[in-house]
Ligand binder design. Structure first.
Ligand SMILES: Cc1cc2nc3c(=O)[nH]c(=O)nc-3n(C[C@H](O)[C@H](O)[C@H](O)COP(=O)(O)OP(=O)(O)OC[C@H]3O[C@@H](n4cnc5c(N)ncnc54)[C@H](O)[C@@H]3O)c2cc1C
Length: 327
């Protein structure tokens, strides 16, 4: 019998997220030696579970209960722990998101299983599975071979493309619904709020000047705003640390947990090029990267690389642009 690959789909408002579907790419990669099944949770999840089974051709176990209206990694990890025992799953895979990482760590701890977060690729070497991932913002790669099963993974957004639609079949894959009673837990999410801003500046911009931690100080943002103001139809974006610091609103964050943008020109200033950032901007038509570190990972996706202090380069670029317009 084939080993089971258990994929845990994440939901928001009882709908499956796009990054969850990327796990079908992992299922395709590990087939035919492993058979995939999905698990997901929500307060009113039946319709999404049926849609997931029909759309992927993968059987689904859905957990439904009042406590599952908001993502609750503690309850989810407990449910998944029991499901792993029932199915003898050898690999348990969550998306590499805040809730996915939380639930993966708890699942691994409950089962005393090895945990490999932020997986970017998987190779088969004989009976062993070899997992690769980046560390130190993409400067180094590590390789891990778990020595026992089950193993719990989180899959980095963008690392795998979703598998195509399943071959037509007369019998859709099974969908099993399990009701979950109310349960006291140490972790209790109470609210899920959406970003209030209707800021669509990034979606409509032809040019994006994106700024990262290399800016050093919020006072230096003036230089970036100044350049963006001069360029036609340009907007300012940021890497996640700047939004976490509240130097720019989250509506300007580009990346796996922010916006995906495809402007004509993306100028990445003081951004190292971590995979989570690159995920959101790699399909821009032209990418210019400005970084003091000649080995920064961002240069591997840039069409033009400028090894320079952004505080020196951006004012010169603004000046040169003005001169060019006058000429
Ligand atoms: C689940 C998860 C989701 C994530 N989602 C996102 C996301 O959506 N978007 C995102 O951006 N990140 C995301 N991250 C964070 C991501 O992993 C990186 O930590 C982040 O992108 C790094 O931001 P940065 O490049 O600005 O900072 P750093 O990695 O610190 O890089 C700063 C860069 O600036 C350069 N520099 C320093 N001084 C100067 C100067 N004066 N001039 C020019 N260059 C200079 C440095 O050489 C360095 O390369 C996520 C992480 C996790 C775990």
């Amino acid at each position: 019998m084939n080993a089971t690959l258990l994929l845990i789909a994440e939901t928001i408002d009882n709908r499956v997220t796009g990054t969850s579907l990327e796990m079908t790419g992992l299922a395709q990669r590990l087939a035919p030696n492993m058979t995939a099944m999905f698990a997901l949770a929500g307060s009113d999840i039946k319709t999404s579970a049926e849609k997931l089974a029909a759309g992927t051709g993968i059987p689904v176990t859905a957990f439904e209960g009042p406590d599952l209206a908001f993502p609750n990694p503690e309850i989810l990890a407990d449910l998944i722990g029991s499901l792993v025992e029932q199915t003898d799953a050898e690999i348990v895979c969550y998306p590499h998101t805040t809730c996915g990482c939380h639930a993966a760590a708890r699942t691994a701890a409950l089962m005393d299983a090895p945990c490999v977060p932020a997986v970017e690729s998987v190779e088969k070497e004989g009976d062993a599975l070899v997992f690769r991932r980046s560390v130190h913002n993409g400067r180094l790669k590590t390789t891990a071979i778990p020595r026992r099963r089950p193993v719990v993974l989180t899959l980095l957004p963008g690392a795998f493309k979703p598998a195509g639609p399943p071959a037509p079949s007369d019998s859709p894959p099974a969908m099993t619904l399990q009701k979950v009673e109310k349960k006291a837990t140490g972790f209790s999410p109470v609210e899920l709020t959406r970003e209030a801003s209707g800021d669509a500046a990034l979606e409509h911009a032809d040019i994006i000047v994106a700024v990262g931690r290399g800016i050093g100080d919020p006072e230096n943002l003036g230089i970036v705003n100044d350049l963006a103001r001069r360029l036609p139809n340009a907007a300012v974006a940021a890497s996640r640390p700047l939004c976490d610091l509240q130097w720019l609103p989250y509506s300007r964050q580009v990346g796996a947990t922010g916006r995906t943008v495809t402007p004509r020109l993306y100028i990445a200033c003081g951004i190292s090029g971590a995979q989570q950032h690159v995920y959101g901007m790699k399909d821009s038509q032209w990418i210019v990267a400005v970084n003091t570190d000649p080995h920064a990972t961002i240069f591997s996706v840039a069409h033009i690389g400028v090894v320079e202090d952004l505080l020196t380069f951006l004012p010169l670029l603004a000046e040169a642009y003005d001169e060019m317009k006058k000429a």
